[in-house]
Design a protein around this ligand. Sequence first.
Ligand SMILES: Cc1cc2nc3c(=O)[nH]c(=O)nc-3n(C[C@H](O)[C@H](O)[C@H](O)COP(=O)(O)OP(=O)(O)OC[C@H]3O[C@@H](n4cnc5c(N)ncnc54)[C@H](O)[C@@H]3O)c2cc1C
Length: 402
Amino acid sequence: MDFAYLPEDDAFRAELRGWLDENLPKFFAEYGDDGTADAGGVGIMGAMDRRKAWQRRLNEGRWAAITWPTEWGGRDATVMQSVIYSEEMARAKTPGIFNANGIWQIGPMIIRWGTDEQKEKWVSGILSAEQHWCQGFSEPEAGSDLANLRTSAIEDDGDYVLNGQKIWISTAHVADWGLFLVRTDPGAIERGAKHEGITALIVDMHTPGIECRPIKDIAGDEMFNEVFFTNARVPVANRLGDEGAGWQVAMGTLGHERVGTAGLTIGMKADLEAMVNAARSVNPAALDDPDLRDRIARAYTHIEYTRLLNHRALSKILKGEPNWPEVPIAKLQWSYLAQTLAELALDLLGPAGLFAKGGPDAIDGGTWNRLYVFQRYTSIGAGTTEVQKNVIADRAIGMPRR
Ligand SMILES: Cc1cc2nc3c(=O)[nH]c(=O)nc-3n(C[C@H](O)[C@H](O)[C@H](O)COP(=O)(O)OP(=O)(O)OC[C@H]3O[C@@H](n4cnc5c(N)ncnc54)[C@H](O)[C@@H]3O)c2cc1C
């Protein structure tokens, strides 16, 4: 690939960097710099107000949803500009945003599949952080095998009547709206056509008959939920796309997620440097340990290798070629590195790594301690490791199926 940037890409970077240089210090002065940036370092639920304020600030500068069309408040950013955006945000250690699901997945889907009325009703609230959105796909028997979902939606007098259960739905208990996949053709699974008869519905989370039960995660947060539907009525007018077209809507949504995870490794070099700096101050002897030195070097090498892999994926996307196997391999690399770095961080910090967030002695706000347990999710979310390996075996290596 050609590593040189186009003049318009350089101008894009300079404009963003200028905006961040001016606005980020002001934001931190007002809301505090907890030093944990966007690495998922603090519990997302504890940081919602701060995230809301940051997304609003970004939106004022038209930096909240750069890939959206200009007419909907975006910048029509190219793939290359999205990468530059991720690089600059990681460099500046910006806070997380309030409506990540809405900005990265649901908003683009409403813009693509929604009617004019639906776009008018929902798009601006996602962008301005007025409303919080969740994404309700997974069920107890439908995770990797998502098309096995069974939450039913039966039409009755201008509404769909929903019954069933979702699980692992992030932030559903604080969401105003959610994009849910439901089954409008209950016989499709038994007919052997499970991808048919799935419909995408926009659900008001305050509707009677919806109950969210938060699940405590391994890090002690209550971030994701079971969601139960008992005769919950959702207007037919809230359907996104045609009845039975939910699989196409979902695949578009997950497509955005997959590209997004490839970009997540961008901040890891800074994370590695930060944990080495923290060790230098609280546990300097660790940096003389030959085994730890070897692990630091190996992690650095993997980060560099993943950066080049992402460039290759980007190059293929720019040429309009299929982005596999690079994108599934980059997803695997992200999971591997997120977990490897979190384990390395605690070993580097020694006893000081045991201080959890909230305590006065916690290192870097307790980021490393929390990531040690929380990063387990990276081999499950956005496609499990085993499923990614299946994709690579099938499409890239062409291994025979049993
Ligand atoms: C932090 C977090 C947040 C989440 N947020 C959301 C959300 O907001 N909305 C939402 O809808 N979902 C969400 N999820 C759910 C997530 O999408 C699912 O956990 C994921 O799709 C896996 O499904 P599952 O948990 O049912 O596991 P399963 O699919 O049951 O998998 C269990 C194990 O079997 C393996 N496996 C499954 N199929 C195969 C196969 N064919 N070959 C080999 N191995 C296989 C898997 O790799 C895994 O190890 C979230 C999950 C996490 C961890």
